[in-house]
Design a protein around this ligand. Sequence first.
Ligand code: AHR
Length: 866
Amino acid sequence: MNRTFLILSFLLLYISQSLQAEVLPAGNQPDSVYLFSYATSKNSNTNGLHFAWSINQEDWNAIGPEMRFLFCDYGRWGVEKRMITPFVFHTKDGMWHCVWSLNEHTGTFAHAESVDLIYWYPQTYPIVMQDNNCLEPEVLQRTDGKYTVTWLSTANGVKKAYGVTTPDFKNYSPVNETALSDRLNQRRKIQISGNIETGTVQKAAWQLVEGLLNKQKMNAYRDQQWSENAKSDSLRFASLKNLDATITIDNSKSKKISDLLVGVFFEDINYAADGGLYAELIQNRDFEYSLSDKEGRDKSWNSSKAWRLNGNGITFSVDSVSSIHPNNSHYAVLKIGTTGSGLINEGFNGIAIKAGEKYNFSVFAFNPDKKSKNLLVRLIGKNGENYGETKISVNSARWKKVETGLIATKTVTDAQLEIVPQSTGTIALDMISLFPENTFKGHKNGLRADLAQAIADIHPRFVRFPGGCVAHGDGLANIYRWKNTVGPLETRKPQKNLWGYHQTAGLGYFEYFQFCEDIGAVPLPVIAAAVPCQNSATGGAGQQGGIPICDMDTYIQDIFNLIEWANGDVKTKWGKMRAEAGHPKPFKLKYIGIGNEDLINDIFEERFTMIYKAIQEKHPEITVIGTVGPSFEGTDYTEGWKIAAKLNVPMVDEHYYQSPGWFIHNQDFYDKYDRSKPKVYLGEYASWGSTLYNALAEALYLTSLERNGDVVSMSSYAPLLAREGNTQWNPDLIYFNHTEVKPTVCYYTQQLFGQNAGDLHLTGNVKISENKDEIRKRVAISAVRDSKSNDLILKIVNILPVAVNTQIKLEGTGELYPTAVCTVLTGAPNDKKARPVTETIAVSKDFPYNLPAHSFSVIRIKTTNK
Ligand code: AHR
């Protein structure tokens, strides 16, 4: 929203209401009241800014009382998003401002401003103190129009006051110490809802306060709608009887919709990559796990994690003096005094093997003592059972890769790998790897076949990778750099995973692109907009100023290099590298996401604009997808859209995780989108839960995405994968363990939409025997045509607890085949195990179809339409 426009609209509203008030008095309302702004200490001060109003400064009315009008977005998720001692003030230009303290130790305060106290412009966090804190900030508006911000700092237990001046809360003078007595000390203590709260009191126009009250009422109303769920539905519709409906589809009225609508979002969260889709069976194969991966919280998470010795007469240490490559500095050294003992890897909580299947073992090794050695490599059980073995010889005094294969003799889920030196002396080992021969499509360094197949079965039109927050990383140093993930495995750069574990980069850009090609999906890499995750906590907090502007050319060049690596001829530098990795043909990269739900502020805008313009100029063939924050509303959403519209970015990435009720009540979300603005990639969404009710709420919403397939070009449920026992985020689309793939019911919604996509949307209409809003919102249809097959595909969702007897009328179609394939997903609303069932049904241009209660039906009709 344009700020001047907002201010003007607000003033106009104010003036028109005042004029109205003069002509037509609206009851007995005050011109102005007192407004108390405060933050409570609840939830470690993370509840944000609250308001209360009073006519006499004695009797106070809380707005809410738990309604937060401004939420602090500084630092790591959860406990760091604190608003302490907010100081709200009103400036002569009509703006409201709020400054607050963030914590007890950082030399930073926060600032945000607003016209109406409801919509707040981006927050800033100026760093004003080094090695000292910044408490109780307050602001004085000076006669020269500038502002003086002062605060208290308490390093070494000595309380001092400091201050800066600023004309605009963007540029600040150097810090000066100031007298404690110069402070305004305007904060007051007021009893609100029985508690004493500290804050500031200002006079405010009644219209402004009424706006706050209306906003609160509206939020309460929508919260009530969005909290509707299977349980409340069962009460709401307790007396509802089966309904009748007529569904009319007009084949002659169609519009083109995106043929990329359903894709997948892959992020290395929940052990989705190492220990998940990436088929490597050895954990910490490169000895690069580090205490810092988990910020020192887990002392066992170090370079020898998952490794141990079996037996005596042998020592195991991790060294870094003669690394294979600077990116992979650690390796194991075994000093063998007596033979018979070995080094064991436990895999990812055990190694799952299948009797009769081949496993490919490889290792980089050398003999520091220059004495050749044989190694016995075997799969063993917990009690030393032998599940298959082989031998290798290490005869080099320099790093050398040795490879072999072994056949498993038993099917178990908890095998371990043991390497047993057959002679005494010293040996160095690194990149100790074991892959099943049977990877997806048989690739070396490949993917776990069953998981990859489950993804392929969705028939996703695109794969987004490598995240999510992993793409922009925990701090500047953790931003995901594609170049670190390609080339020989031993040269790739592993790093801490933002989700609190380790990424080997074994599943890197080459493997992602290859997977896309294997499953016929468009690759969609997402690259950080030169800012790290706004929830970062490593190396500072939040965006940390972004990549320095002087380094932006190099950063942008890396993106150009990616485009050349993916699409360039084998004669180009980067195209050659792709060819050397085994893929001379280009990968057909067409889309690149820049940014992931970032905090949209000046730091972001400057960098995003540089990247976007550079790609647009040098590679107009690439569609850049921008980012508009982590929500369907709020500052990042509004400001992100503003930037995208200003720059004419072709598409933006929207994210929202919400209740099923939200999805039921927002099916018109895109109906109102301006078709002349950027298109939408709904890059992350899911309803909270994995029951049939969730799957149906998502199916309802997906019918609305198909209807709006002219503006919504892509969508992906998130996250995709989660390893049981290593899950940081719920719900996910597919859970798994060593051997099993466990798709959720929501997976089948994605699959039914993915497998039954169309490129033309047909006008459709549902008329239900009971014409109530709450009923109409719970029955949805979408009719699409797939112009390749000529199939007419009807998707019908009924989230009501009663059946709906429908009569389906197909107008303007060519000849229909008399039978159609009908797939139905139905069950009890809390069912987590419902699966689609397919049958053949008779169809015609006017046929009856009974929609079961709580069901999603897909009817695929063959036609002779041209
Ligand atoms: O999908 C999980 C996380 O949700 C993603 O990493 C992030 O983009 C979003 O906050």
